[in-house]
Design a protein around this ligand. Structure first.
Ligand SMILES: Cc1ncc(COP(=O)(O)O)c(C=O)c1O
Length: 363
């Protein structure tokens, strides 16, 4: 289409839209979701809310109640919190507000830093992780010192699962003037955070989400914590009613009852350890340590990870193939499911890898 070709921005032409594979499986372990439904008490409270809910009214643009509940939980003042339609939206807002700039992130990492940097006319600069999936802080500092920059660090990193060295991150913060965004989407699992540093440095932003530990991925609720002046600037690019009223209520009830989620999170991390240990005993699989609700693992070079991925689909189990991501050759990633789902996954992958080994023995 000639008109379309001439009309669309050049940066958009070169982009690929973020696609989620359209594959339906009995066991879904591909997207870092929480496999459990909400604690019964929270579920009931949300259902009750539906009866008094004013669906005809616009939502509170500033999500006052939710931010207040969060502020109590986090011991920060409400004016340091801004809500987003998922933390994805907040990444976009940060880039709209502070970009276009040089946007620096390690590789591999969460794909949206790169995509949204390009969409917002920033220059995306990916710096490869080393073999142990650690950041190259010298290179990041080097790049960030050239021109004003925004640095995104997923902590723990999706998809590798590790938390980068604190010392290295602190060096990046102290030796650059960059805005450093610490994306703590998996904080409730890792229990590691940079939140206290937000008070000390106006260039630090912490991102969190209700999509993982709180099991509200379908309601799209994320938040950022930063100094009030930073929040005030970002609010200028925010759509007025970005977080719908129902999501505000559900997230608010969830955070009010946060202790009820603790056994769920603990259970997921116990399962994470069990699966990592079990995967580690399977021949031709290398497991990478993870502090999140997923595990990255590598299949030996002489076996095709895509075949293993497809064989799992044939068994009704969907995980994530990452072999096409630079730095993750022949790698797969599994999200922690329920105990039963995890058993199904382990049995299936043991069988598949056993067959592969047998096949190689015959050759
Ligand atoms: C590191 C990281 N940040 C942000 C997100 C997006 O979270 P949300 O559902 O809040 O948009 C994800 C989702 O997988 C993620 O892995």
């Amino acid at each position: 289409m000639k008109w379309l070709n001439g009309f669309v921005r050049d940066e958009i032409k070169g982009l690929q839209s973020y696609e989620v594979p359209d594959i339906t499986c009995r066991v879904k372990l591909d997207a870092h979701e929480n496999p459990y439904s909400l604690p019964g008490f929270v579920q009931e409270k949300i259902e009750q809310a539906c009866s008094w809910f004013a669906f005809n009214r616009y939502p509170d643009p500033n999500a006052h109640i939710l931010r207040k509940n969060l502020s109590i939980k986090l011991s920060v003042s409400p004016d340091m919190i801004m809500m987003g339609n998922g933390s994805d939206e907040l990444i976009l807002y940060l880039l709209l507000c502070f970009g276009p700039k040089r946007v620096i992130f390690p590789l591999p990492t969460f794909a949206m830093y790169d995509i949204l940097a390009r969409v917002t006319l920033s220059t995306a600069i990916g710096i490869p992780l080393d073999d142990g999936f650690e950041i190259d802080e010298e290179k990041i500092i080097d790049e960030a010192q050239k021109e004003p920059s925004i640095i995104f660090l997923s902590y723990p990193n999706n998809p590798t699962g590790n938390c980068f060295s604190r010392k290295r991150i602190e060096r990046i913060i102290s030796q650059t003037d960059a805005l450093v965004v610490l994306d703590e989407a998996y904080y409730e699992f890792s229990q590691e955070t940079f939140l206290p540093l937000v008070y000390e440095c106006e260039r630090i932003v912490v991102l969190r989400t209700f999509s993982k530990a709180f099991g509200l991925a379908g309601l799209r609720v994320g938040y950022m914590i930063a100094q009030p002046q930073v929040i005030n600037e970002v609010r200028k690019v925010k759509l007025p009613y970005n977080l719908n009223a129902f999501s505000q209520v559900a997230a608010s009830l969830s955070i009010e009852n946060a202790p009820l989620f603790l056994p769920i999170v603990q259970g997921i991390m116990d399962e994470q350890k069990r699966i990592a240990d079990a995967l580690g005993t399977i021949c031709n699989i290398k497991v990478y340590p993870s502090k999140a609700n997923f595990i990255l693992f590598k299949i030996a070079e002489n076996i095709c990870a895509k075949d293993v991925f497809n064989s799992l689909i044939n068994e009704g189990i969907l995980i994530r193939y990452l072999g096409d991501v630079p730095g993750l050759n022949n790698c797969l990633r599994v999200t922690i499911g329920t105990h039963e789902e995890n058993n199904e996954f382990l049995q299936a992958i043991e069988k598949i890898m056993g067959k592969e080994e047998e096949g190689r023995g015959r050759k």
